[in-house]
Design a protein around this ligand. Sequence first.
Ligand code: ADP
Length: 635
Amino acid sequence: MATENLQFKAEIRELLSLVIHSVYSNKDIFLRELVANAADAIDKARFLSLTQQDMIRDWEIRIEADKDTKTLIISDNGVGMNRDELIENLGTIAHSGTKAFTEALEKAKEEGSVSAPELIGQFGVGFYSAFMAADKVTVETKKDGEAQAWKWISDGENDFSIEEVSKDAPGTRITLYLKEDFEAYLDYWRVAELIRKYSDFIEYPIRMKHTVTKDGKEEVEDSTLNTMKAIWLRPESEVTEEEYDQFYQHISMDYNKPARRISFSAEGASEFKSLLYIAGKMPMSYRMGMNKDHKQIQLYVRRVFITDNCPGLLPEYMGFVAGVVDSSDLPLNVSRETLQDNPQIARISKSIVKRVLSELDKMLTKDREAYEEFYKEFSPMIKGGVHTDFNNKEKLQDLLLFESMNSGKLMTLKEYSDAMPATQKAIYYITGDRREALEFSPQLEMFRKQGYDVLFLYEPMDEIIMDDIAKYAEKDLVSVLKGEVKFDESVQKELDEKTKKETEENKELVEFLKKTLEDKVKDVRFSSRLTESPCCLVGDDYDPSVSMQRLFKAMGQESPDVKRILELNGESPLIGALKSLYEKDPSAASLPDYAELLYDQALISEGATLPDPAKFARRTVLLMTESIQKELSAE
Ligand code: ADP
């Protein structure tokens, strides 16, 4: 059959053009990518061979270098591809990786941050990275169980071609016609070093022949370049940090250093070995939403790779964990479909979740700085855990950190609770966008005066979390923006008496304000919350807070505007003056304006936007004019 010419899909053409025309800071990665693909292909074949005995063969990856033709060949005896798969996989279907890569590149270009070669390094562009090193690539491949083999040829420009070829064994053989400045990769020692560096943990032998001189005679030696030992089965003392990091990169696609590594073996009800990593930074792939299918944990059964997509192994909120689980008691022929409901998997999951949580706790207590760094990246996930993982809620809530009003530092609920003065009965928090907006909130005045600390919560979901927790160390979690404040009896009794007196003395003013602001507030009352400001707005005990309402709206949910309560400060000279004015002339024309202004400035003081800023401005201008004129006439 003749040669057939085909076109690359547009995204792939774009990617190829980048790969071909970039200058690389790390030239080595193409080898790692091709070897990883070869290992994947063998993984697949080996998995199939569990049920098809005739497929079992001596799995291997082979590298050949030919200095005369300047070609480097990477071959495997894995699953191989048929004609259609070859065309799709290497030319017409843009894999999720390709798309994410081009998207990341667009983003990086906009931000002017990372360059293409760096991104290629971070993402790995799989097979196409072959064109970093070669100006022509051929792929000869034969699918297991099929008679015909196929050859794919391309120089990475617009076209690739496909033709029939003869090939004995199933598998794939990729030939790179190396570019001039890549000829160093023909050297055995160079290749051996790179394989040790990037692909040592690959479970299949990566072999290469080379000539050695023994007793003055030249001999060809066939060497295995990788140690192949599953890294999670090797004693920790025999594995270098670099190897561990490499392995982490391999499974997580995250090229940052992990924050923690956990190796452990479980015995008893379910036996398995596990090597887990806790990420230090949010991996790019995760940020781009590429990790939705949970490809973070590779599941092996007695060293045979089963799947890297087993959602039951890790709860969704643990997106910061990657690693390997190698079970000794799952049946080898376990089907990928039934894994999710497998009770063994549930047991393994329970045990790794427990282990990760205890590691985080250890980090929190022993290495606070590292934990805070981790927390800054992943706090939404920990909070997601508090909300969804009922079994581990207590442990997860101890991993939360919130900013303290008093110190500006992050603190745990336990630290807050331990430091509470004896008179303080509840744990107080306030929600808002940022510290500057919260710091001068009138609602905090009395708490400051009492020497209480208040936690500053900045994320919309914090409030939901607070509702989830509700009580910590037998203390209620209370929003200072809601309900009536209740301090310790010793303090509260006196405050209550004062409030009662103020309420009685100002009955009429309160009635007037209630009536005037009827559309805006549900009640007007005196309280002991304030020491300086004339008034503030608070929510009723069980009403959703303002930020919660905003969150609902943002999520497209109906949320009626819930009116709040206007609390007055009896000690404020402004309230005193208003009372006198009202007593002098209850029908004074300026009174309704003052009432509106009082409400508006309560909104402003909590950083909210006014519903009618123009009206507010008009009223202030009027007031300023009057007051200036008064000052002038007094002279
Ligand atoms: P990825 O490996 O991330 O899916 P690649 O661009 O590296 O993307 O490869 C695309 C696809 O081509 C692979 O998913 C696989 O199906 C196929 N492929 C690549 N190399 C081989 C190989 N050596 N043997 C069999 N199939 C391969």
